[in-house]
Design a protein around this ligand. Structure first.
Ligand SMILES: Cc1cc2nc3c(=O)[nH]c(=O)nc-3n(C[C@H](O)[C@H](O)[C@H](O)COP(=O)(O)O)c2cc1C
Length: 143
């Protein structure tokens, strides 16, 4: 079984193109070495990332990502076991999405707590991850 974890976070500062290039260079090399794959989406200072692979490797990486001061307001959207990877070919696919395609996630530190906003966030995250997977990575939206 493959373990998947998806979270959303807010960039701590303005992410320049070079910042994203560097983040992805390291991430892709490390993920490849530990057999992890996934997809990182970025828009309007928000990240959504899907990590997938061996459960322990995913949890170890997520713990390190949570300590990373380049982002904050980190909220897990879902964790699940799946039969097969959704992004087998991407050590970390990346797409910067136009705001018009972006999702409004519940404010993680706001008043919107509880099951319903989390289920809505999960549904929207799955829908947008799936639409990117189906149409493939657009080089125009990579860095
Ligand atoms: C939004 C975001 C996504 C990240 N994704 C990954 C990733 O997929 N793989 C990875 O190894 N590091 C990722 N990182 C970077 C890690 O937090 C960490 O800096 C990196 O793995 C280097 O860790 P090390 O200094 O312990 O070697 C991400 C960081 C941020 C802010």
């Amino acid at each position: 079984m493959i373990f998947q974890l998806c979270y959303t976070s807010t960039a701590a500062r303005d992410m320049q193109r070079e910042d994203l290039v560097e983040l992805l260079r390291i991430s892709r090399a490390k993920n490849e070495a530990s057999g992890l794959t996934g997809l990182l989406l970025f828009s309007a200072e928000r990240f959504v990332q899907l990590l997938e692979g061996d459960e322990e490797a995913v949890r170890t990486l997520y713990a390190r990502i949570c300590e990373d001061n380049r982002h904050h307001e980190i909220t897990t959207i879902f964790e699940r076991e799946v039969e097969a990877r959704d992004c087998p070919d991407w050590s970390m696919g990346f797409q910067a999405l136009p705001e018009s395609e972006w999702l409004e996630f519940p404010n993680p530190d706001g008043t919107e707590k509880g099951l319903r906003p989390m289920l809505e966030a999960m549904g929207r995250a799955r829908a947008i991850l799936q639409s990117v997977r189906e149409r493939g990575l657009d080089p125009e939206r990579d860095v």
